[in-house]
Ligand binder design. Structure first.
Ligand code: HXC
Length: 260
């Protein structure tokens, strides 16, 4: 596919998308509109492909992404931002049905942190640095950071990070509940691909429903969320993969899911 700022590779049922801005900013992966449009187009194409069971998003060793492109944003006016609905397309990443994994090494700042938080599973290298330093530039988070960081780590830390621009290292991010696991930097990609392969080996419709159910916890009350889960739980009994998964367990063999 003809993308200039990302690399897309397929490994079995897993797709690996690497942020790869070609130029001086290469290693820092600043997120300009082209990156946004390419990431959204590529992931939506993968989302439509029934042979893709999980999407991994990663950056470079130095930076997952150092944030939105400050050089591109500086001259914009309010009306430029409003009329082009700047950054709203990123929301579509959070609406993918296929499970996604962010593999974060180095800087995940501003829009980079927000991009990682748009993914379902967040794995960090021990080199990872997270933060919402927008306030130091005279702006605030614009891709959901004030909301998703707060839901992930609570008010106290989210307020401190958003108001002071302080960053947190991987260990603090794990303690705070922002990342699911921290691994040594040289194992990050292998670990992320292994997690993705595990997810992609599950029944795709059932994995989609599991994702939908967890995501619902961020949108609704406990009672409505439990009701939503119960409806999906009943629905999975309409799949062949439920019969296969339970039969395989009883027969003491690995399941062979057909994603039906
Ligand atoms: C544009 C960037 C950039 C960015 C770095 N560069 N981050 N350009 N947008 N977000 C550029 C630098 O200007 C410099 O360009 C080159 O990349 C190398 O950066 P250095 O600072 O020299 O590298 P280093 O000393 O290693 O420091 C790395 C860094 C630092 C800690 C990541 O670059 C940094 O703090 N960057 C800004 C991080 C940030 O504020 N992110 C939030 C952006 S706002 P030259 O031309 O000198 O080589 C945001 C808003 C989200 O994300 C939505 C709301 C609208």
């Amino acid at each position: 596919d003809a993308y200039d700022t990302i690399l897309v590779e397929r490994k079995g049922r897993t797709a690996l998308l690497t942020l790869n801005r070609p130029n001086a900013l290469n290693a820092l992966n600043a997120l300009n509109l082209q990156v946004m449009n390419e990431v959204v187009a590529a992931t939506e194409a993968l989302d439509r492909d029934p042979d893709v069971g999980c999407i991994v998003l990663t950056g470079s060793a130095k930076a997952f992404a150092a944030g939105a492109d400050i050089k591109e944003m500086r001259p914009q006016s309010y009306l430029d931002m409003y009329l082009s609905d700047w950054f709203t397309a990123w929301d579509r990443l959070g609406q993918l049905r296929t499970p996604t994994v962010a593999a974060v090494a180095g800087y995940a700042l501003g829009g980079g942190c927000e991009l990682a938080m748009l993914c379902d599973i967040l794995l960090a290298a021990d080199t990872a640095v997270f933060g919402q330093p927008e306030i130091k530039l005279g702006v605030i988070p614009g891709i959901g950071g004030s909301q998703r960081l707060t839901r992930a780590v609570g008010k106290a830390k989210a307020m401190e990070l958003c108001l002071t621009g302080r960053t947190m290292d991987a260990a603090e991010a794990e303690r705070a509940g922002l990342v699911s696991r921290v691994v040594p930097a040289d194992e990050l990609l292998g670990e992320a691909l292994a997690v993705a392969e595990t997810v992609a080996g599950m029944s795709l419709p059932v994995a989609m429903m599991a994702k939908e159910a967890v995501a619902r916890a961020f949108e609704t009350t406990l009672a409505e969320g439990v009701r939503f889960e119960r409806r999906l739980f009943h629905a999975v009994f309409a799949t062949a993969d439920q019969k296969e998964g339970m039969s395989a367990f009883i027969d003491k063999r690995p399941p062979h899911f057909t994603h039906r």
